[in-house]
Design a binder for this molecule. Sequence first.
Ligand code: AMP
Ligand code: GLY
Length: 427
Amino acid sequence: MKLMVVGGGGREHALIRMLKKNPEVERIYALPGNGGIAQDAECVNIKATDIDGVARFAAENHIDFAVVAPDDPLAMGCVDRLHALGIPCFGPEARAAEIEASKVFSKRLMQKYGIPTAKCEVFDNAEAALAYVRTTPAPLVVKADGLALGKGVLICKSTREAEEAVKHTMCDHAFGKSGDRVVIEEFLEGPEVSVLAFTDGKAMVPMVSSMDHKRAHDGDTGLNTGGMGTIAPNPFYTADVAERCMREIFLPTMRAMNAEGRTFKGCLYFGLMLTKDGPKVIEYNCRFGDPETQVVLPLLDTDLLTIMRAVEEERLSEVDVRFKGGAACCVILASGGYPEAYEKGKAIDLGGADALADTWVFHSGTAAKDGQLVTSGGRVLGVTATGDTLKTAIDRAYAAARRVHFDGMFMRSDIGKRALEVEGYHG
Ligand code: AMP
Ligand code: GLY
């Protein structure tokens, strides 16, 4: 079989590593891939958002199965285009990807179908939004409606901050057209959990839970990033919580999308907050998370391509999706300055980290230049390790991460610390 994976980050590298395990796979093309992915797949210099280019490549190269991983091409209808060419895909069509692409859509969906989430109001007029934040007690959360590279969410502790956030988003157009409409939400508190789930619109199969670490520096300080590290499973996500989420959130979401004529097929990402009033949805993503995928997939014990094909063919319930016991930890190695300005093109020395047992070095922002691996992004590598316990996985991931070197490299030193401290948890 010839596969095509659209995207070029750490998530795609993890997907490709797992897809490669299937003996039926002869070739994998990555569009565009990156310097590290090039060791596992054939990288093709076509951007993930170049839908015409992606479709043309798939048709010309007789692709048997495509995996579209990032949010932008999904929202732009990449899967719809490939389907029109008769190419089977893993990933939602644009109508279903709306669950991530528009926060207004997802909030209205949750309100209509009684799915627990933060209370909110929607505004497409800055004056009305300002009047609302001046009369509603802070803290409040101001969110741009559209895709904004994860940066369109502003947590406002005071009325003044909320006014600034509305002006920044709606008047200064800080997030472009994404901010023409805003969602203003009540502020929720509690541990956050990420749950990725396979679904074909008939069955809903949650994967092992995980915990992201979004802030740039130790102790959850510094700016928000795309994610500085992850652990799985998430100890806050107990069997009771999982059962409640399935009943109150996961299945109702699948049924709601079906009822709206927007059947979701692919990986649905639930960003949850475990509040004192129960689990609530913070956000949906229409795709695998990054860097959640880098800890979830190494724990998967069933062939990934088999699951993906079953999702496309709407027979997911026939597949026995299993996870290994144990735990995983992914530490992101970032370029100095990230998530603000940083330099690229620094030579990377892996120091043998990729040869260690139970360890994977997933490439996010790397490129090959004259035979040398160099940095090409803010998040450069995701070093993942597994172990029987979370403690072992964390220790192994850090032992491997410390072998790597490039100028300006930094990492958080406390990935998984909060999880280890959970009372009564002896991972
Ligand atoms: P989002 O892009 O919607 O996932 O938001 C990014 C981050 O902002 C989340 O991971 C949360 O940490 C935080 N956040 C979003 N909405 C809320 C809320 N209603 N209350 C508290 N924190 C929030
Ligand atoms: N790690 C969060 C995301 O992929 O959106």
